[in-house]
Design a protein around this ligand. Structure first.
Ligand code: ZN
Length: 184
């Protein structure tokens, strides 16, 4: 990451960029696109996100970062190097679907139970311009589905199966702590 990367402002629920279909990136090596990648990497790290999509920083382009790591927002997230994905596309999914908690940097303070495919096979172009095919399961599969939804103008709230599961961050922390006590 270059040291001149800057912290980008996150737009929030209701902003038009979060509702639009983002456009494909045709030139990975474009200087503006490369700078955007640096700034998004910096921003996702600073904001403790496990993922970030360009529309969340008001850029309507098909670019996401998956950056799973355990933190106070997601205590059991797996560790991985932040991965930039350009024009990501889901190729196939499991039949199996599971519900688990989701939140979003663009929807601060709200969590909800979202059903997602437990396994996805997908492709993307990496920062070097090469096509990569990858498979994710469980939490990472959830993150990639959440981020690709952003590129299609869909927020996780639209995926919540039962609006009664929506909770505030404070109530969510209570649920998580109760779950931890159950495990130990
Ligand atoms: Zn989000």
């Amino acid at each position: 990451m270059v040291d001149k990367a800057k912290l980008l402002e996150l737009v929030q629920l209701g902003h038009p960029s979060l509702k639009a279909r983002a456009t494909e990136i045709s030139d990975v090596f474009d200087a503006q696109v490369q700078a955007l990648m640096d700034d998004m990497l910096y921003t996702v790290t600073q904001s403790k996100g496990v993922g970030l999509a360009a529309p969340q920083v008001d850029v309507s382009k098909r670019l996401i970062i998956v950056a799973s790591h355990p933190n106070e927002r997601y205590p059991h997230a797996p560790v991985m190097a932040p991965t930039i994905m350009i024009n990501p596309e889901i190729l196939s999914t499991s039949d199996a679907i599971e519900s688990d908690w989701e939140g979003c940097l663009s929807v601060p303070g709200i969590r909800g139970l979202v059903p997602r495919f437990t396994h996805v096979r997908f492709k993307f172009t990496n920062r070097q311009g090469l096509e990569v095919i990858e498979e994710y399961s469980d939490f990472l599969a959830r993150v990639i589905q959440h981020e690709i939804d952003h590129l299609d103008g869909i927020s996780f709230l639209e995926r919540v199966a039962d609006l009664k599961t929506l909770v505030s961050e404070i109530e969510f922390q209570k649920i998580i702590r109760a779950r931890e006590r159950h495990k130990s």
